[in-house]
Design a protein around this ligand. Structure first.
Ligand SMILES: [Zn+2]
Length: 319
């Protein structure tokens, strides 16, 4: 990432993003390299690329750096840069195009717009307020993307144990513990599970073209083949009655409970989906969960999807 990021933010302090196609190409590059690091395919959602890695969408990152540079000029008063800033403010006041207008435009074009009022005085505290608003805008945008999507069932209301505070907390952006799993295949399996970019029927059959839409209840589990049993994340990893999956699950649970005894109580008391979320929050079982998830996904590649005769798959769609 360190090899790509400098190119994406080069000169962003003085070249603001007013050209949509240029920004789009930078976004494409950023999405590609994060997907590659996480092991996700090009159809995966973009919001999770940032919520899982703590990286900022390039549009936000560039305008934030530009504002930080503006705060630096106001605070440190470097002679030439300050003179240039005064010129820009004068041009803007005369209604002519200038970098200040571009900055205003960039802020208004954010997914959750940030408004810089014309009468706002250019002072360090006021720029700091804008910096806070940009950060808040990004959190709100990503939070809304994740919480409103049925794909991210494992991320809804996610809580993680924060060692420093000794408490469970919700974090919109963070470098997640599972990204530190040592074995690449196991780490990528967890990323695919959490980011809904996995081979389970609930996701794969969601991607059929609109004209071939397969209702959720018809995305039947290919392993137990029980009508009406949706091959969801929690079903495949926790509930499936297929002998091979039951055996894998029991083996995983035995090791997980040895590592964290509280998991046995959680299994009894929580619904399957809540239990799966709880498993993801236990750092001590992350390696085990990665290995287990990888095995389930590998079985998926060996067993064809179960598609009812009522549905014919002849293409792929966007949802
Ligand atoms: Zn099943």
């Amino acid at each position: 990432m360190a090899r790509v990021d400098p190119h994406l933010i080069f000169a962003c302090e003085v070249i603001l993003d007013v050209d949509g196609p240029l920004l789009r190409s930078m976004r494409t590059v950023q999405h590609s390299y994060i997907r590659r690091r996480l092991g996700l395919n090009k159809r995966s959602s973009t919001a999770v690329l940032f919520t899982e890695t703590r990286l900022w969408p390039i549009r936000y990152r560039r305008v934030y750096l530009a504002l930080q540079y503006l705060a630096y000029i106001l605070r440190e008063s470097p002679e030439l840069a300050l003179l240039a800033l005064h010129e820009l403010v004068a041009l803007c006041a005369e209604g002519k195009s200038s970098l200040m207008g571009d900055l205003n435009h960039s802020l208004r074009r954010l997914p959750v717009p940030v408004i810089m009022e014309e009468e706002t005085a250019l002072t360090v505290p006021n720029v700091q307020i804008l910096l806070n608003l940009v950060e808040k805008s990004m959190w709100e945008h990503l939070e809304e993307q994740v919480e409103s999507s049925p794909k991210f069932v494992l991320l809804h209301g996610r809580l993680e144990y924060i060692q420093k505070q000794r408490s469970m907390e919700h974090r919109t952006l963070a470098f997640r513990d599972y990204l530190q799993v040592v074995v690449p295949d196991h780490r990528k399996a967890l990323a695919r599970l959490v980011c809904s970019d996995h081979p389970l029927a609930i996701e794969q059959l969601r991607r059929t073209a609109a004209r071939n839409h397969i209702p959720r209840m018809s995305r039947t589990c290919r392993f137990c083949r029980i009508p009406g049993t949706v091959e969801s994340e929690q079903h495949a990893l926790i509930d499936c009655s297929n002998d091979e999956l039951v055996s894998l699950c029991e083996s995983f649970m035995t090791k997980a409970i040895q590592a964290v005894p509280a998991i046995a109580r959680q299994r009894r008391e929580l619904s399957s989906i809540s239990f799966l979320r709880a498993l993801l929050s236990w750092t001590r079982v992350t390696e085990l969960l990665g290995k287990y998830t990888h095995r389930i996904f590998r079985l998926c590649t060996l067993t064809p999807l179960l598609i009812h005769n009522d549905f014919v798959i002849d293409g792929e769609g966007n949802d």
